[in-house]
Ligand binder design. Sequence first.
Ligand code: ZN
Length: 451
Amino acid sequence: MHGAVQSLKFGDLDELPDPIDLSADDDGRSMYRFVSELYPICRSITGEGVRRTLNQIMEHIPLTICEVPSGLQVFDWTVPLEWNIRDAYVKDSAGERVIDFRTSNLHVLGYSIPVHRRIGLSELREHLFSDPQQPDWIPYRTSYYKQAWGFCLSHRQLLELPDDEYEVCIDSSLEAGHLTFGELLVRGRSSDEVLISCHVCHPSLCNDNLSGIAVACALAKRLGSMDLRYSYRFLFIPGTIGSITWAAIRRPHLSKIKHGFVLTCVGDRGSPTYKASRRGDAEIDRAWTYVLKQSGSAFDILPFSPFGYDERQYCSPGLNLPVGCFMRTPHGQFPEYHTSADDLSFVSAPSLSDSAAKAFTTIDVIEKNHKYLNLKPLCEPKLGDYGLYSTIGGHSAGDLQMAILWLLNMSDGTNSLLDIAARCNLPWGIMKEAVRALSEAGLLKQVEEPD
Ligand code: ZN
């Protein structure tokens, strides 16, 4: 259904191989199709929607699924009751479904308790949620921690509801069960970890939810086939309560996390944004800043603030992990945010592809950010004698020559490759090429770092 619509923009998604390869270099088409496959599922912070989503992710990458029981104390919070929903509707007196969960799962207030009654319009209205600012869209609303029931609908539809006797039905359950999350560790040479976290708790919302999942899966798939310095821990968790639960039960492990970022809202057509960690100058913050600057396109760097996604938990003062947040347009700054308009037309394959590429480059920076020592530090070495002029040719000769000179000058064992790259403002690929050329010439040596 969605494939047909999107084929106009992104080529025929049905022609992709089956199963799709999320790490394929196909301008984001496989990631986009994965978003469209996850889109219909009604997710929440617990329940079958999360499990179904994790199962679909496991068709691409091998997750470990953790089920944490309702009632478990996690820091200042308690793992909530598990919520599941089968159907919900409001029928008019003629028996017509005027609000129907089957047409959009956003119609139900998330975590609604079960109800089945006949009520008049005025009582019904007390349980209806709309947004007069966006009168054609269904808003996304939840009531996780206060027992309630309700329906969400466009403001236009709300205004048009006639006085009538309505049958309201929410066929849900809110019972002791589990909070479910998925975790994947891609092992590198070091047991030090990079945390990559995304939330899996929103119903049919593409940018604020599914885009992060698709990009995280693509990164995990790609890293899984590589020889890596760091180990990479991917988390697919319900927002807020999921990261709090994970941090509480993995607390002894958290010191392993040396870098990390949350992925969210990475599919819209806006320019990239990186929100720094609470530390503000962590290596991951400087890596993202460098990568976005080098891209040559518009971008934004935001300072940390204790509002947003799960970076709030990772950056709480007692944890203070070096974890930022990568997104395109920040939450709340696009009108489609938390509405039915955050749909498949709001995200694009090229944006998903660009987000994954930038995250991958940032990972490459972190992977290869070593310190080096100039082995001929007494004045400049006579580069011609080392055959380095032969490597300085072609269209990027100027950049490579400058990278070689900067590396020789700054490599006194205290500056990292990222420090030098940021200072001379040269592309990462050129910096790596300069390291290779100087190392082969015997002029540069990597400083041994303890793992
Ligand atoms: Zn959200």
